[in-house]
Design a protein around this ligand. Structure first.
Ligand code: HEC
Length: 166
């Protein structure tokens, strides 16, 4: 079960990466700043955005349940909670120093406030791991589910408020 969901997340990420490299190759000369191929900073920024796109897509079904907009679907919640926890483990890797400047909404504080930013990353990792662990024990629309999902949502918001430009 664990292997399968890690594998499908991996396949998703590979799809995103392939789409990105195709996009980079098709970019008009000068478009990415590298004469056809995006430069390393732009590639790092594109990769970051792709990660958050996949993360958000997998978070959305859980957010929908949490906010009372969707029915609780145990299989979907379990799958998406695993994926979100897995993808959260990559968040800390997509902010290399080289990706500060460019077509990005990341604020300079993500690099200057190292301790605060590291805490924001850890909040995401911890809260999403806790949610994934919870739904392995109690996969129902419980108060505990709501509380654990709310912590994940707070970790998204906490980081966006501090480190993402509007
Ligand atoms: C540790 C900080 C951090 C955490 C945690 C975080 N984000 Fe973000 N997110 C950012 C930053 C910074 C950007 C801007 C990226 C850029 O423009 O380079 C961003 C961008 C995004 C984007 C836009 C991607 C794009 O294509 O431009 C989405 C969607 C998103 N985040 C969703 C989420 C969701 C959902 C969560 C929680 C499940 C989350 N984020 C958690 C920092 C964070």
């Amino acid at each position: 079960m664990k292997f399968r969901s890690a594998w499908s997340t991996c396949a998703l990420m590979m799809g995103a990466t392939l789409a990105l490299s195709a996009a980079a190759q098709n970019a008009p000369a000068g478009g990415g700043g590298g004469g056809g191929r995006a430069n390393p900073a732009e590639q790092a920024i594109e990769y970051r955005k792709a990660l958050f796109t996949v993360l958000a897509r997998n978070w959305a079904p859980i957010a929908g349940v949490m906010q009372g907009r969707a029915e609780y679907n145990a299989a979907a919640v379990a799958k998406n909670a695993d994926r979100v926890a897995m993808l959260a483990g990559i968040v800390g890797e997509v902010f290399p120093e080289t990706s500060k400047d460019g077509n990005t909404k990341a604020k300079p504080e993500a690099w200057t406030d190292k301790a605060g930013f590291a805490k924001a990353v850890k909040d995401m990792e911890d809260s999403s791991a806790a949610l994934a662990a919870l739904v392995k024990k109690d996969n129902t629309n419980s108060a505990a589910f709501k509380a654990a999902a709310t912590k994940v949502a707070d970790s998204c918001k906490g980081c966006h408020d501090g480190y993402r430009a509007k």
